[in-house]
Design a protein around this ligand. Structure first.
Ligand SMILES: Nc1nc2c(ncn2[C@@H]2O[C@H](COP(=O)(O)OP(=O)(O)OP(=O)(O)O)[C@@H](O)[C@H]2O)c(=O)[nH]1
Length: 301
């Protein structure tokens, strides 16, 4: 970063229907893994931030949970966290998956941002698999509903078109000093990031078998004198039969999940990791205020 007075710094709210590719895009913009990605919808539960740099500009990316019509308390908390993220933004980025469009999820989002004062950009994702004509038609249609400053066609997966979009976003940021040191990529605590990595393995290894209302809680995070870290986490499910699924035959599933998560954690943290996973049944966890707060969510009535 230069010392000149021309540094810029701002907040970008990344909004989109579940599975639009928000986590993938944030990781691409930051240049390393900070948010977890998965093929299962509503993966992003807590509000995780990524910090992207573009020349003299620092952009704080608020990677929001998928926004959808909330029914249960858990869902309402996710939606509320998403909008909280969007409140203080300098720009709103609406990410749309043109291939698997979910109109009922996209439309409320479009309506909500239409009236917001921030500058908005429309990003149509997955150009690596999308056909060109419907893509242009969709851009035009959305452009009639929302006053987008710019429209971009990208692939969050391959990075195609992302540098151009990043530069345009950077230009929208206000002048000012950087909020974070240059080498910081995320303000999510390592504790929380560690639970996200375990949760990603749960999704990966159990696929559709895993109930969406399962959670991973941080229990203990101990830096050992030998330079390694000891991490204890609890996997919470709502029913005993789900617990059996997570454990697997003779504990084989939980072992595989733990091994993969430990390996990835060691890479991300750059130190040796001892990971201890416990599976607990708690049919009322989605009504538990304390557990919400531990996961970085607010309690909404
Ligand atoms: N082909 C293709 N797939 C993509 C692209 N971007 C994301 N995906 C895939 O789409 C799926 C969802 O991506 P995520 O980044 O987890 O989506 P998200 O919007 O963060 O999802 P939630 O956390 O559920 O809100 C994953 O399987 C990604 O690999 C892309 O540009 N091209």
């Amino acid at each position: 970063m230069s010392d000149s007075a021309t540094t810029r710094c701002g907040v970008v709210a990344v909004l989109g229907a579940p599975n639009a590719g928000k986590s993938t895009l944030v990781n691409q913009l930051v240049g390393q893994k900070v948010a977890i990605t998965s093929a299962k919808a509503q993966t992003t539960r807590a509000r995780m931030m990524g910090i992207a740099l573009d020349g003299d500009t620092q952009m704080i990316l608020v990677d929001t949970p998928g926004i959808f019509a909330p029914k249960r308390r858990l869902d309402r908390a996710m939606v509320s966290a998403a909008w909280e993220g969007a409140e203080a933004a300098d720009a709103i980025l609406l990410l749309v998956d043109p291939v698997k469009q979910r109109r009922h999820e996209l439309e409320p989002l479009v309506e909500q941002i239409a009236g917001r004062p921030e500058r908005k950009i429309l990003v149509l994702n997955k150009v690596d698999v999308a056909k060109k004509e419907p893509l242009l038609a969709l851009a035009q249609e959305l452009g009639e509903k929302v006053d987008f400053a710019e429209v971009f066609f990208v692939s969050a997966l391959t990075g195609d078109g992302v540098p151009e979009m990043k530069a345009a976003l950077a230009a929208m940021m206000p002048e000012g000093p950087w909020h974070y040191p240059e080498d910081q990529v995320s303000d999510a605590s390592e504790r929380l990031l560690a639970t996200e990595i375990t949760r990603e393995q749960l999704y990966k290894q159990l696929h559709e078998e895993l109930p969406y209302d399962s959670a991973v809680r941080p229990e203990k995070y101990i830096q050992r004198k030998d330079g390694s870290v000891e991490i204890h986490q609890q996997i919470v499910v709502t029913r005993d039969n789900q617990r059996a699924i997570v454990l697997g035959k003779g504990g084989s599933k939980i072992k595989a999940i733990g091994e993969a998560a430990r390996k990835e954690l060691s890479e991300v943290l750059g130190q040796k990791v001892h990971l201890f996973l416990h599976v607990k049944t708690d049919e009322r966890w989605t009504e538990d205020k304390e557990m919400f707060e531990e996961m970085g969510l607010d309690w909404v009535r």
